[in-house]
Write a protein that binds this ligand. Sequence first.
Ligand code: ATP
Ligand code: MG
Length: 452
Amino acid sequence: MIKRLVERVQTLFTRKSARVKKEPKRYPAADHRIDRALVSRSAVRVCETLQKAGFDAYIVGGAVRDLLLGVAPKDFDVATNATPEQVKSHFRRAIIIGRRFRLVHVMMGPETIEVSTYRAPVGEEVATDEHGRVLADNVFGQRHEDAARRDFTINAMYYDPTTETLLDYHDGLKDVRRKRLRMIGDPEARYREDPVRMLRAVRFAAKLGFEIDEATRAPIARLAGLIENVPAARVFDEMLKLLTSGHSVACITRLRAEGLHHGLLPLLDVILEQPEGERFVMLALSRTDERVRAGKHIAPGFLFATLLWHEVLKRWKEREARGEHRIPALDAAIDDVLDAQTEKLAIQRRYTSDMREIWMLQPRFERRHGGAPYKLLEHLRLRAGYDFLLLRCAAQEAPAELGDWWTRFMHAPAEEREQLVASARALQPAGVARRRRRRRRGHAAVAVPPPA
Ligand code: ATP
Ligand code: MG
């Protein structure tokens, strides 16, 4: 009780200072030591162009945070006092996007720089739902107001690449140095405005290896239920960011620890509540983390195929046990899972076709005789299906021998391939026969399709 009271008083003070903080601390290059080589040329050009036209323009948000941590930012955002129309008029390839808050995408070579106009504070005039969640706003503001609207102090710094000055309104630099994640303003009010910030807190803490400041952390467990009011698509986007952050295993451990699971995040329930699939899912996630950290691309379809594979397997087995043929049973099991899960998880349709293809390829890897394996080599999604197979082997859900065989087959010259097919023939009938016998014992009426 006393702890709560102290917390409230503390947060009231931080809130007050967040409101009146009009002048930032200014740090020259010698103090912040941002490495210019890590700053995108395109972002610098966007700032220079706007500044030459008489506007303010700074690199902001996550890019500044990453630069201070010596990490190359994955994308660059720019904030300015120019309106979206004014920004657009200064660039050849630029589009205005967004309905709730309009911003400009400036395309330069392969890069897209997101340019947003300073935002006004959340005031009385902004519509909120009954829990305080902001529903709509589109008001421009001043720079210090824009800073106060950002979520964490480490995400609210402004870097001018021309003068190399860092503007810091909320002691973000100190927090970066202390490895501390601190919400700007009153954490409870900020979580109520936008409950997704709770997920962001967990993601940044896990990804950056930061401690969450106690006042920022404390309300999370209590307010976790507010996530349910957020549109599923937005929660999905944030979960996707979390899963592809390169630290998904750490994020999930942390979400659990903060009480942000069970019933709130359907995707997380899928991950955590499949006893048989847990090993597979955790392995898939740690492999995803390795890929992200090595700078490799992550296909969301592949990721979701791993998360839901054990659901598919369960239903597939059930259908086979009821006497359905192997391939149609898999096809129907996939329908069952996608029908039940895609809406709940808000998985976009463009990912579900990838998932289906990856899953449908799995039984085809078992057919290693005649022309079947050669035909599979021409399949457009072979690589994804094969990577998925290797994951199943690593999780001991498919025989390691099968994965090894395909690795050799895919890389072998023509005559060696023939030998491999011949050697697989020796293996295959025994395997198929074993499967048949087992079925016959358990389910008298099961029809097993002959190997093609
Ligand atoms: P990442 O490295 O994951 O892209 P980021 O900090 O750049 O991290 P973005 O989602 O790209 O995160 O957002 C850019 C910036 O916009 C943030 O740094 C933060 O200042 C602000 N921001 C984003 N989402 C919110 C939010 N829900 N509430 C307040 N500010 C936000
Ligand atoms: Mg970003």
